[in-house]
Design a protein around this ligand. Structure first.
Ligand code: PXL
Length: 282
């Protein structure tokens, strides 16, 4: 029997609002993987659409937690980082990558810091430079179009771009150092939304879409990343994994609209877990 793969998810805990660890842990666990967490901060809610949220920065805990795991000789088949609690955490997470990197594990960085052309309120512009350094250490990076613009220090273009622009952006992103890039939030026509993938080793580029449902749905980037990682660990190709992630995020939004849920509380990913399980062939 095959050994159960182990994943560590490095994100914040937004206690209310269904994003970061409160979606990564259930999704990656549902996909059958032994999922550990390294919380980067604890917030009462996420930062999008809520005021007066609490913010406990856990920067000082990262190194001791990592050192304890090292003393146990613990290892991970995948390391997945997302929202970091402070600028200093970039170097600490880079150090953790160096410590737990093996010949065959997968390091995925979602450079969570911005959306819709704007940095999240808790971050300063220096975060983008630091995130680019962290991306250089990854096997695969998963920025949205806004994060791509910050990483490349380029203007953010929200719509009206063509396929060539996305292809050039993918290649520039991979030059940061990660051989695989999945760019999210790509749309060439109003009715379709999805992602573009690039594998610098083969030169392959793919575009994967589903129907676009109008609106801003919180936490879908983390749902996308957690699903993408789960499908890759189930040995689906990069393009197939991305299509599964696009489709599952879409399915979660469909459920949220059906149930008429308030958008800032995140999407009803729980109701679409049976769909995900089927798509992953479990
Ligand atoms: O989903 C990304 C995310 C993660 N963590 C926190 C956030 C956000 C997006 O707003 O605020 C705390």
């Amino acid at each position: 029997m095959k050994r159960q793969k182990r994943v560590v998810a490095i994100h914040d805990i937004s206690c209310v609002g269904r994003c970061s660890l409160t979606v990564a842990l259930p999704i990656i666990s549902a996909a059958g993987f032994n999922t550990s967490v390294l919380p980067t901060a604890v917030l009462s809610t996420h930062t999008g659409g809520f005021e007066n949220f609490t913010y406990r920065d856990l920067t000082d805990d990262i190194r001791p937690i990592s050192q304890h795991w090292q003393s146990l000789n613990h290892s991970f088949d995948a390391i997945y980082s997302g929202f970091l609690g402070s600028f200093e955490q970039i170097d600490l997470v880079a150090e953790l990558f160096d410590t737990f990197r093996t010949d065959d594990n997968l390091i995925m960085v979602d450079p969570v810091m911005a959306d819709n052309g704007e940095l999240y309120s808790v971050f300063s512009p220096e975060m983008a430079k630091g995130m680019a350094k962290l991306c250089a250490k990854a096997d695969i990076i998963v920025p949205n179009l806004t994060e791509a613009a910050f990483l490349l220090d380029a203007p953010y273009i929200s719509r009206g771009y063509d396929q060539k622009y996305i292809e050039t952006t993918l290649k520039k992103l991979s030059q940061l150092g990660a051989p695989k890039v999945v760019l999210t939030g790509v749309s060439f026509e109003k009715s379709k939304l999805g992602a573009a993938t690039y594998d610098a080793e083969t030169g392959d580029i793919h575009f994967l879409f589903n129907d676009c449902i109008e609106g801003l749905f919180h936490g879908t980037g983390d749902i996308f990343g957690s699903t993408l990682l789960s499908a890759l660990l189930r040995d689906f190709s990069l393009a197939d994994s991305t299509q599964i992630a696009v489709d599952y995020a879409h399915e979660c939004i469909v459920k949220t609209v059906e149930l008429d849920q308030e958008k800032r509380y995140g999407v009803c990913f729980e109701r679409a877990i049976p769909y995900l399980i089927k798509r992953l062939g479990l």
